[in-house]
Design a protein around this ligand. Structure first.
Ligand SMILES: [Zn+2]
Length: 267
């Protein structure tokens, strides 16, 4: 199994990072994609990816962290895209759920990241979160992908939270749908939602992720998350898709490999 979205460079693991990694490999994880969120954290992200051949990294600035940054700051990260352990661009995207960063600035930064993906051929790791009665981040993400990268970029809509229509449009634009611990919150509702999405876009559109240290699957919501929970997320997804956990693990590994190329990079 592969965790396509981890933040193990977070300070939350400073006391026991090596033990956490050992636990992940023992749980059957094959690869972990470590997601960068700001310029300050890049050194730690990179160190982690350089420390273990099973850990890879992304480069980007998270939409909730663009507030203090400038596009010049972002450009200072650009050379890191050619680091041999970097497989993707992100975390980028749009967050209308919290008012951490001005919306127009988030959209500018997102466009810039899509440009990086177009130039390097690396996939995008996209965060998109709406507020119930606010504008739709999904609409804006899909519109910008259409305007800036249609047919030229690929990626993942991480912690996917859209409806069937968003899934369909996303997959048509080369996106996979990231499934994490949140699918274990409200199982009845999620079963219906995921079954409908799979029906619309096929069962090979999903990749597994944790978004650790956040979003630990039920019943461990109060605890710190880590990639060793991926097998449990696979189990939830398997129940919803009426598949075995092995089948889900095989299909999601394949989807993640196709998108990010962990094996290809290893060789
Ligand atoms: Zn994240």
């Amino acid at each position: 199994m592969i965790d396509t979205h981890a933040h193990l460079h977070s300070r939350a693991y400073d006391a026991d990072r090596d033990d956490v990694l050992t636990k992940c490999w023992d749980a059957g994880l094959r690869y972990i994609l470590e997601i960068n969120i700001d310029r300050q954290g890049w050194t730690r992200t990179k160190a982690l990816a350089e420390s273990d051949p099973r850990v890879f990294a992304t480069v980007g600035v998270h939409p909730m962290d663009v507030g203090d940054a400038t596009l010049e700051d972002l450009d200072r990260l650009e050379p890191e895209l050619s680091h041999p352990r970097v497989l993707a661009v992100g975390e980028t995207g749009i967050d209308y759920y919290r008012d951490y960063s001005p919306y127009d600035k988030q959209r500018d930064f997102f466009r810039h990241h899509v440009g990086w993906a177009r130039q390097t051929g690396k996939p995008l790791v996209i965060h998109s979160r709406c507020r119930k009665d606010g504008p739709s981040s999904h609409d804006d993400v899909l519109r910008i992908l259409e305007e800036e990268g249609k047919g030229e970029v690929r990626g993942v809509l991480h912690c996917f939270s859209g409806d069937v229509d968003v899934a369909r449009r996303g997959v048509a634009l080369g996106m996979k749908l990231g499934m994490g611990g949140a699918i274990s919150y409200g199982r009845k509702k999620n079963r219906k939602w995921i079954a409908e999405i799979a029906e619309a876009v096929g069962p090979d559109a999903f990749v597994l992720e944790t978004d650790c240290p956040y979003l630990t699957p039920h019943p461990h919501q109060q605890e710190r998350n880590d990639p060793s929970y991926v097998p449990q997320i696979a189990e939830y997804l398997a129940t919803y898709l009426e598949m075995t956990t092995d089948e889900v693990s095989e299909r999601t590994d394949q989807a993640a490999e196709e998108l990010f190329g962990f094996e290809r990079t290893q060789r």
